[in-house]
Ligand binder design. Sequence first.
Ligand code: GLA
Length: 388
Amino acid sequence: MKQQLVDKFAELFGDAEGVSTYFAPGRVNLIGEHTDYNGGHVFPCALTIGTYAAARKRNDRTINFYSINQSGRGLITTSLDDLTPSDAAGWTNYPKGVVWAFIGRGLEIPTGFDMVIGGDIPAGSGLSSSASLEVLTGFVLRDLYDLHDVTNIDLALIGQYSENNYNGMNCGIMDQFASAMGKKDNAILLDCATLEYEYAPIALKDAKIVVTNSKVKHSLVDSAYNERRAFCEKALEELQTRVNVKTLGDLTEEEFEANKDAIGDEVRMRRARHAVYENRRTIRAVEALKKGDVAEFGKLMNQSHVSLRDDYESSCPECDVLAEEAWKIDGVIGSRITGGGFGGCTVSIVRDDAIDVFKERITAAYKEKCSLTPEFYVVSIGDGPYKD
Ligand code: GLA
């Protein structure tokens, strides 16, 4: 990938002298879904797949972007003096948003740059290709313009800020944090209310993390996501008439049950119930993992799926089939939809000796019930962004 980007860079911009190459990972979330923007906990890990860049500063104010994954779109050019989002800018609205957010923070970007990118995260899979592109862009800017006071947590916050305010998606901090702060063979338990975090080694002795791509991405994902978030905020306001809490993540299940009648709508109640229970589940799941109780971790993953399916309604029929079929297979420790939802992937923990059977049975059931062929990735947990 790296050489391909450098060659393309030379072809587009005359030579590759002084070009640097960079990488930022995608992520998979093991448990803690739709809890980040509710002040709860998440437990994602960075992957060894992600987005790569070859980049170099320019002497003028022009910014050139090129993606080898979208070569049909050719070179997309903008300028430091024209950083408004536009439909025509397509995928470059993500890196442009990060440049815009850097400048908005008072960080100096005195010249433009040329950047060729390429990624190996399957498109539309929900493994955070956009967050990895945002973190990658921030990482490139920090390096090119010697902005060494910018920390990796800042890169995550800037990425999220740009996604919220430039790209109109009200995402939480999980994806950018997982990409910016990833650590090989570890997942990150992150308290999204305080950004306190700890690494937890994922030492699955005789099992692997298997991501299954449903290959579906339902339309209106962003608006459905933003709507879920708005419902949770409203439910929180209603609960705050009774209990003194800052976020849904501050509530225990018991406190929620004792006060849920303050929520004036059944759908809003279920959305908030998911956020509260999922947060507690995440904490318990990590405790179980620390004790080496992978079976309990898996059970909690399954419960997470049920809650996302029934209370949050952010799964979809295809991902329900993938998870529910997985639960039937001996050797599957846990399986659930992962990420924003409404399509994308499931994440499963599968015993090594069951992986082949898992792939066969899921493929057959998915073909039969959804007329689709899933894709499987046995993933490895990688580090955060790097230059090489
Ligand atoms: C998307 C968002 C994250 C998080 C998840 C759901 O991936 O970008 O911030 O809310 O959905 O857990």
